[in-house]
Design a protein around this ligand. Structure first.
Ligand SMILES: Cc1cc2nc3c(=O)[nH]c(=O)nc-3n(C[C@H](O)[C@H](O)[C@H](O)COP(=O)(O)OP(=O)(O)OC[C@H]3O[C@@H](n4cnc5c(N)ncnc54)[C@H](O)[C@@H]3O)c2cc1C
Length: 338
């Protein structure tokens, strides 16, 4: 069957796009492998109307809403190839079947690349948390840590005292300047420069960390921003421009969500608007649990676009991008050649 739109990725962003398309009565196929980024967490926060619900419950409710629209079809599975064709795009599935559509939306998200630090993977989404805006409130005023796995961890270390007493584990990743050290100390952050050897989990919570010198430090939650990569290779196969940021590669899109390949749109975690100002010598820093890329908490709080909730951000671009008028115009426009 020739669809008008294929959405690859049926989590928060893909479902949001699917809802708008279903309501616009577009023949839409949503392909989903079911590996939502926050599947490790028991609760999701900061997503208006859904605060505190289980991620799988939010996704299931979203899917049920979209499934009510008769022009939308769901396919569970992994899309392994994407290519341009005469009529638009052809998507290949793991089992060898193919599906075609005039337009393509990539809502395939990003994957957190966790390093092989003992205990980190086991605690991910439980005692080891990626973002204080999403999960900080629940551990407020307890013993908090920030583990540096990437250089911009210093921003998280500067933010975290808003939630509770903070120890910053520079972990051999961040070399503090005198100014940075002084700024952290003004925020009351304890700086620990011995690398972390192991994360000590305690059931669904955290006991602390063991240092390479054998000491253990008791903690109730450990925050860490990890590098991310695009979950799916489809954008690369299609030739979409991908930008390197401090947090990892992301798809470049224009204001309406279209990638650099006409007819291919992106929604959710894996994309970036090309009009966003570059930071740090041309590199862009996207909020990947790191919060706003600024140290000052007042500015951070006022910077709504830099702060979580990420799921809401996954939602908004699709809703704003796929407004009825613009959507119709774009879907009717003949495919442009590169
Ligand atoms: C541990 C953790 C906890 C979090 N907690 C919160 C929170 O409390 N609040 C909040 O706002 N944000 C939270 N986030 C961030 C949130 O998970 C993401 O912002 C959100 O999931 C992004 O939605 P998305 O639809 O862009 O991508 P995802 O949710 O990652 O979904 C992408 C979907 O695409 C599918 N997919 C990928 N490639 C293919 C393919 N080739 N074929 C078919 N399907 C494919 C995947 O299987 C997946 O279902 C958390 C993140 C983590 C890691």
């Amino acid at each position: 069957m020739q669809y008008e739109v294929i959405i690859v990725g049926g989590s928060y962003a893909g479902l949001s796009a699917g809802l708008a398309l279903g309501r616009a009565r577009k023949r839409t196929l949503i392909i989903d492998a079911g590996q939502r980024r926050n599947r490790f967490a028991h609760e999701a926060h900061g997503f208006l109307g859904q605060d505190g619900r289980a991620p799988e419950a939010i996704a299931a409710a979203g899917r049920a809403e979209v499934a009510a629209y008769p022009t939308v079809t769901f396919l569970d599975g992994t899309a392994v190839s994407a290519a341009q064709s005469e009529d638009g795009f052809v998507i290949g599935m793991e089992d060898g079947t193919t599906h075609t559509a005039a337009r393509l939306i990539l809502a395939t998200g990003v994957t957190d690349d966790l390093p092989d630090l003992p205990g980190l993977r086991e605690g991910w989404g439980k005692g080891v948390l990626h973002c204080p805006y999403c999960h900080g409130y629940e551990v407020a005023d307890r013993r908090l840590g920030v583990l540096a796995l990437v250089p911009f961890a210093i921003h998280q270390a500067n933010m975290l005292p808003d939630w509770g007493p903070t120890t910053f584990f520079t972990n051999g990743v961040v070399a503090l300047t005198a100014n940075e050290r002084a700024a952290l100390e003004r925020r009351g952050v304890v700086i620990e420069e011995t690398p972390v050897a192991e994360v000590l989990n305690a059931g669904d919570g955290l006991a602390g960390v063991r240092m390479t010198d054998g000491r253990t430090i008791a903690l109730d939650a450990l925050f860490t921003g990890v590098p991310t990569r695009l979950t799916s290779p489809l954008a690369e196969q299609l030739g979409c421009a991908i930008d390197d940021t401090l947090a990892g590669p992301i798809l470049r899109v224009e204001a309406m969500g279209q990638t650099t390949v006409p007819g291919v749109y992106a929604a959710g975690d894996g994309h970036e608007h090309d009009e966003e100002p570059p930071r740090r010598g041309g590199e862009r820093l996207r909020c990947r649990g790191d919060g706003p890329p600024i140290a000052d908490p007042a500015r951070a709080l006022s910077n709504a676009s830099g702060a979580a909730p990420h799921m809401a951000m996954a939602n908004f671009p699709s809703l704003l991008t796929w407004d009825a008028v613009g959507l119709k115009a774009r879907l009717k426009a003949p495919p442009r050649t590169l």
